[in-house]
Design a protein around this ligand. Structure first.
Ligand SMILES: [Zn+2]
Ligand SMILES: [Zn+2]
Length: 297
């Protein structure tokens, strides 16, 4: 149960972070709306309580119409196109000396009255804009926390499901296989399968049959490894991962092509078959069949 402890240890801070997101959004929207002269309380309520962040997104879209700039001298709220501060009269941006039209610092002619513009205009008090350092952090949190949660849940799910899954394996010579108690139909099919096969070294061939069951399905594999018949070092294991379980079979190279492996395993989804000979994974051709080929049951 150590897993559960670890999970709580990691999940708890994440859950707290998840709860903290609306609070952060609320504080941010309140302060930002206030600075822009918007209705701070109303926008805070919308941003926090309209579900799925829709309120927050609407706020971010709408606030573009409201300037967040202030006069550097008197802190009066001003907007981009203001030439002078309406409160203290400070010059906020360059303008045409002829017609007063707002111009850019690097323009040389006024676009409105065609008067030449002076090289520099000195007495300008540039308005201040508060750097928005909070918004990127909130956005990162909004994306990262749920993503981490989902990853963790996926991970824990696969970690928990690893503990289950039972597998068993036995080796039988091809002659004995046809002597034993496998159904007649299966024997014929398996004989045909072996006959049509053109076995290559360092390859494995398998027939797979699945039987539906609760809570787990049963999977039966009849495996033919021409390189590793009667292998002494037979090991089998189930391993779980994010992308489903794998059934690993460890064999020793014997060069004996005269035997078959009968494997059964229970799992929720068909496990991948990983055959290793002398520790090296070899390709395995798996063919699904509609009869039980191993005779294990
Ligand atoms: Zn001012
Ligand atoms: Zn002008």
């Amino acid at each position: 149960m150590a897993n559960v402890g670890v999970l709580v240890f990691v999940l708890l801070p994440l859950a707290v972070a998840l709860l903290a997101i609306p609070v952060l959004i609320g504080v941010y929207v309140y302060r930002d709306a206030k600075r822009r002269g918007m209705n701070a309380v109303l926008w805070t309520i919308i941003a926090v309580f309209v579900p799925s962040l829709i309120g927050f997104i609407i706020y971010l879209l709408v606030r573009g119409n409201y300037s967040d700039m202030a006069c550097a001298r008197c802190e009066e709220r001003v907007s981009e196109e203001f030439v002078v501060c309406p409160n203290c009269g400070a010059r906020l941006r360059p303008s045409c000396p002829g017609c007063g039209f707002p111009v850019e610092a690097d323009w040389s002619v006024c676009p409105r009255c065609a008067a030449p513009l002076p090289e520099r205009q000195d007495d300008i008090v540039w308005p201040i804009r508060h750097a928005d350092r909070t918004l990127p952090k909130i956005l990162v949190l909004i994306i990262a926390v749920p993503a981490l949660l989902i990853l963790l849940l996926l991970f824990s799910f696969s970690a928990f499901s690893t503990s289950r899954g039972v597998a068993c394996m036995m080796s039988v010579s091809i002659d004995d296989y046809f002597e034993q108690d496998v159904s007649g139909e299966a024997k014929e099919e398996v004989r045909a399968w072996l006959d049509q096969m053109e076995p290559e070294g360092a390859h494995a061939y398998a027939l797979c049959y699945s039987r539906h069951g609760e809570p787990e399905n049963e999977y039966y594999y009849l495996v033919y490894v021409p390189d590793a018949g009667n292998s002494a070092n037979k090991g089998i294991g189930m391993s779980g991962g994010l992308f489903g379980k794998a059934l690993s079979v460890d064999l020793e190279r014997t060069g004996d092509a005269g035997s078959l492996l009968c494997i059964s395993a229970s799992a929720q989804k068909r496990p991948r078959l990983k055959i290793k000979v002398d520790g090296k994974k070899i390709p395995c051709e798996v063919t699904g069949v509609d009869f039980e080929p191993t005779g294990i049951e």
